[in-house]
Ligand binder design. Structure first.
Ligand SMILES: [Cu+2]
Length: 355
């Protein structure tokens, strides 16, 4: 009632009232950036993150990036995006020299089915978890549409990117809701603010001898190494750090064809005759190339072809992996590396002879 009364004071409300009982509407939201951004800049946000609709209306999410849309009922914990699956150990993980990697036989890293697969139908009423699932591999995700039959406040999130949240407010039919003329500019305004933050974050300069993997804040996620080329001497350590949430990265050295193949097959879907397919992350990408206690020393010939990998790194204390990896190089040369999670997130370490 308060809502309706206060709206009567505004001219906009008058127009809404004249429109009378409208047919069910579909409101558009984008998961990820609203259109084009600078290369290597991504956004872990919904634009607009807050929409208001009437019961029976729909919201349609365009998925721009690796995101899902998951409504968790109030009071229930959100499922983790990935977890170790000891029942399905890694098998057949061999390096280019034909030797098994240390993680052969370790648990596979599985995407939680609730995060990876469509769950709970397309009606959101707060009674159960409803999730869009993810587009596996490099396939582009289809838009997802959910219907909201009941008045209420429905919070949702992307399980891949902690902190990427949104709200769908469903107000009674008597309550006014913003029309298309307001919705698009609101999303554009949020996006413009995010672009401003991105420009600032993109100017980061880490201390000498260090590389920052990504730089995130709020909706902004830079999928870049800062700096992307670093020069060190033989034996001088290079420290790679993921300082900010939510993006995870890897620092993966080796021949381009080899590391690119890991990147292309980063999300693996295995058919399962007794249930939904299993979705796992490529063990060659997520596990460090060498056991955790072994320093990452690049000789140019590791594992038969120069493969040295940090494995997953992130700044989230809730995950088992760390946020830093330090590499040293025993020979002068140019060493290319990439993050096998994010295509195009590449860098170079130039190693000069010792002084
Ligand atoms: Cu990355």
């Amino acid at each position: 009632m308060v809502r309706a009364a206060s709206l009567l004071a505004g001219a906009g409300a008058f127009a809404l009232l004249l429109a009378g009982p409208a047919a069910a509407r579909t409101v558009a939201v984008t998961a990820g950036p609203l259109g084009h951004t600078t290369a290597r800049l991504h956004m872990d946000a919904f634009f607009s993150s807050n929409v208001t609709i009437h019961p029976g209306d729909k919201v349609r999410w365009t998925i721009n990036g690796f995101h899902d849309v998951v409504f968790v009922p109030k009071g229930k914990a959100a499922p983790a995006f990935v977890s170790p699956d000891a029942a399905h150990p890694v098998t057949g993980a061999q390096d280019a020299a034909g030797l098994p990697f240390w993680f052969d036989g370790q648990p596979s890293i599985a995407v939680t089915p609730l995060a990876g697969l469509p769950t709970g139908g397309t009606k959101v009423d707060g009674s159960k978890l409803v999730g869009s699932g993810l587009a596996a591999g490099s396939g582009k995700a289809k838009p997802i549409t959910f219907t909201f039959p009941k008045v209420g406040t429905y919070r949702y999130q992307c399980l891949v990117h902690p902190g990427m949240n949104g709200v769908v407010e469903v107000v009674p039919k008597s309550g006014a809701i913003p029309g298309p003329a307001k919705i698009k500019p609101a999303a554009r305004k949020e996006f413009a603010a995010a672009m401003k933050t991105a420009t600032k974050l993109g100017k980061v300069k880490p201390p000498a001898g260090e590389v920052l993997a990504g730089n995130d804040k709020g909706p902004v996620a830079w999928l870049r190494f800062f700096p992307s080329t670093i020069t060190v001497k033989v034996g001088q350590p290079v420290k790679f750090t993921v300082k900010s949430k939510p993006e995870a990265h890897t620092v993966t050295f080796g021949p381009a064809a080899y590391t690119t193949a890991i990147e292309k097959g980063f999300v693996q879907v295995t058919p399962n005759p007794t249930g939904p397919p299993r979705i796992t992350l490529n063990p060659l990408g997520v596990y460090p190339s060498d056991p955790p206690a072994v320093p990452l020393v690049d000789t140019g010939a590791n594992h038969g072809n120069g493969f040295v990998n940090s494995g997953l790194l992130d700044a989230d204390p809730a995950t088992p992996q760390g946020a830093t990896a330090t590499f040293t190089f025993t020979k002068a040369g140019t060493y290319r590396y990439e993050c096998v999670i994010h295509p195009g997130m590449d860098g170079v370490v130039i190693v000069s002879p010792p002084a």
